[in-house]
Design a protein around this ligand. Sequence first.
Ligand code: ADP
Ligand code: MG
Length: 346
Amino acid sequence: MSFLDNLFSQWSCDMAIDLGTANTLVAIAGEGIVLNEPSVVAIDTEANRVLAVGTEAREMIGRNPGNISVERPLSDGVIADYDVTEAMLSYFINKANPKTRIWQPKPRIVICIPCGVTSVEKRAVFEATIQAGARQAFLIEEPMAAAIGAGLPVEEPTGSMVVDIGGGTTEIAVISLGGIVTSRSLRIAGNEFDESVARHIREVYGLSIGARTAEDIKIAIGSAMPIATGELDMEISGRDLSTNLPRSETIQSEDVREGIKAPLQEVLIAIKETFLETDPDLAADIIRNGVLLTGGGGLLKMLDVFLAKELEVPVYVSDTAFTNVVEGCARALENPAALQRSYTQR
Ligand code: ADP
Ligand code: MG
């Protein structure tokens, strides 16, 4: 570290960012999580100006007039709109940065990326982070961050498996000795589940519902298997496809289960394929240690039971599913040696 770097790091804060398709979380070293907002930006398309970011912007979804466009700048875990992502990051970094002095050096930032993204996609996240106000940026693969954040023994010579189901991607990784041994990134996750629920409701009930409603239904009554404590039902409203008028209907957990069958099967297949590629000794470790299920999508009811039954391996849901990645990024910041060694810095 140079003299200047040393001076800067005493003054600036170090920041960890989980840039998710659905939600962005920011943590400050030594302070913990300081920001947790949806990855949404509202733009005035006539003036070409950012109107709102995060929670405030999400409130506008579906209620916006023609000249306001409400966007999710990330899709499938990667940057879909570079300028909007940069604007969003810049807003979040500023909001999270405590202004304790008149002048303050820019923060060092650790930010996560899905595994298996191309070097162009990596570069885009790196550039956006620098442009948005980082002095230095380090990239860390999401499942690695999730594993560190959940307190798995990543540095040990034992295999751990992480399945992180977010909004846009499902990340599956086997980790041992501080590195990712096998991994898979599937562009099927929470959003795809919502779309499948909406499609099923349309086909079975002739009712058209929006993405927000589909997500609410999935979270409230959705399950991967019949719910042990009793099935749930819910009254939903949408537009009747034949009359074009609003109509309500009561649906059951079973309806959601039917709806999400196909994407759920794809997630299961991807996990099985990852197992196939895993060294038998590591697989034996995983059978002993179990599979960690994390990310918001991992909270789907009975998903742990379903996966444990299908994979014949213990599966447990993290009780910090939403925060593991950002906590893991923050933990990586405290370990400069590890940061230099195993995480991409460019
Ligand atoms: P990302 O890392 O992509 O930003 P998150 O880890 O924040 O994603 O998870 C967001 C996804 O989790 C959304 O698709 C949301 O619908 C889903 N989700 C959140 N809570 C639940 C729940 N209780 N059951 C099922 N899915 C959930
Ligand atoms: Mg995530």
